[in-house]
Design a protein around this ligand. Sequence first.
Ligand code: PXG
Length: 404
Amino acid sequence: MATKECSATEACIDLVDRYSAHNYLPLPVVIARAEGVWVWDVEDKQYLDMLSAYSALNQGHRHPKIMAALHDQAARLTLTSRAFHNDQFGPLCKNLCDLAHMESTLVMNTGAEAVETAVKAARKWGYTVKGVPRDRAEIIVCDNNFHGRTTTIVGFSSEEQYRSGFGPFAPGFRLIPYNNIDALEKAITAETVAFLVEPIQGEAGIIVPDDGYLRAAADICERHNVLLALDEIQTGLGRTGKMFCCEYDGISPDILILGKALGGGVIPISAILASREVMDVFTPGDHGSTFGGNPLACAVAIAALDVIIGEKLPEKAAQLGAYFVSELEGMDSPHIKEIRGRGLLIGAYVKESSGTARTFCEKLMEEGILAKETHGQVIRFAPPLIATKEDIDWALERIVKLLT
Ligand code: PXG
């Protein structure tokens, strides 16, 4: 139940304005409870969640199997630190490796931490295996990347707002254009240790690269003895219609980075996966986290993966996504320039002459649909993957009405 001070929308938002850092500009809705694809605000108005916490809710809100795992584990053991073993960590590591066809994993908490972990793994692999001279390792990244908010990560962002005021930044990163294979080949030097890239750039506005881009990137990386590190934090675990988005290109990265939906919409947990050759650069004391691999998060993640596999969520995302896109493309909207995406990661590009995507998101909210703009002109539609065709039709009725 909402607390007394927070039982009305305006009062809640007022508390946030007064006492929170102003590092977000949320839509003016205060959510108090949720189930499946639906959420309710403090005034009991119902909305369809079409953001899914940026793909962290692929399994929907409070999935019963995930909640059962949470409750069972909470009743037994929640935290040990990695100073001791716990009985959930090993099974999760095995399940993750089996799922991704990888040899080993390193479990952390948030997406940004997993990206940092990948950076450390790639650099140390560069020094100890590839033979790059000390402190010379370079990692290639793409324009308009989004990999998180730590100082190292925003230091290699091309987005002025993410960087401005937060320097000085860590050296060792080189930016190239996304979806440009020649640029990758040209940027590689003897000191390049990794190419870090998103299979689809979500935060840049759902930018889908050309078919074969990742395949070609993987080939180039292999030829030059450079690690391909794929950030599948947003695209992974079913969102784009495959378990991992890189399956569209028939490739497997050297480092796979996961987060968000690994926690089943319940708890933060992230991981990198890699070969033994790469992972074994870490020796005891090199890296870690108090909460990384905690039994509560591991038990939840085991259930979160079981749900994705057992309920065939990647297949559902592929089918429903194709239907959703074809319906959106079929509408005759004076406001939409382009529909793009893969699976249930869909962007609708709002023409500049029609205003901002934010304005449309505010109107969708009034209609009972929670969606969020990305990069000014793109409305992101990313419902939980457990959505039914009826849910999507419910949304389409309202979306089409607003946009046509
Ligand atoms: N990589 C990708 C591709 C992401 O989308 C991260 C890394 C970082 O994950 P963490 O768990 O550290 O946030 C993301 C996160 C937000 C926000 O409010 C985050 C994301 C998308 C939109 C908003 O910080 N993606």
